[in-house]
Design a protein around this ligand. Sequence first.
Ligand code: NI
Length: 204
Amino acid sequence: MAPKLRDRRSRVALRDFILLSRWDNVSAMTEQDDLRYPIGRFAPPASSLSGVRAAYKQTLRQLPANLRAAVAGLNETQLNTPYREGGWTVRQVVHHIADSHVQAYIRTKTALAEDWPSVKVYDEAVWANLPDSRLPIDGSLALIEALHGRWVALLEAMTDDDFRKGYNHPERGRQNLANVLAMYAWHSRHHTAHITGLRARMGW
Ligand code: NI
């Protein structure tokens, strides 16, 4: 009995230790995580039914207007303010959305045109510091508006079979287009919330 009991005790102790360390981790990360992930991290959709996809398409359709509203009236100093300590400025966030969604559009079209192509990753941190990330945001707002017009039109014309097509991402693995749609709907809301969250905290 004794060894068994000891085993059981050490199992319980181990379980408590794991729970406690998880708890510590969670509480230690909460504040930064809240600022970095204002709507939470991306969770793949449980279903890719057309009703679910319609909601994601609506988010992509609304991003250009929502983003314009999020940055409306900000001055140069405010645009150059990081949304969190060590994070991107509002200006960089806007340019990043344009960079990222151009990539997503090209990847979507590549997945429709080819059989599970491999796509190339880009270093978003490096891109966010290239000289064009210091330009006025108007160019990226216009780019996002035009891009989302075409992207949503394409998504609207896609069939169930099309949403089962996809690409191989070197880091994330096989991504079907239903998942890609959900991810970029999340990405749209995620970065818009960085800006609206900063404005709320700063009282802008
Ligand atoms: Ni992003």
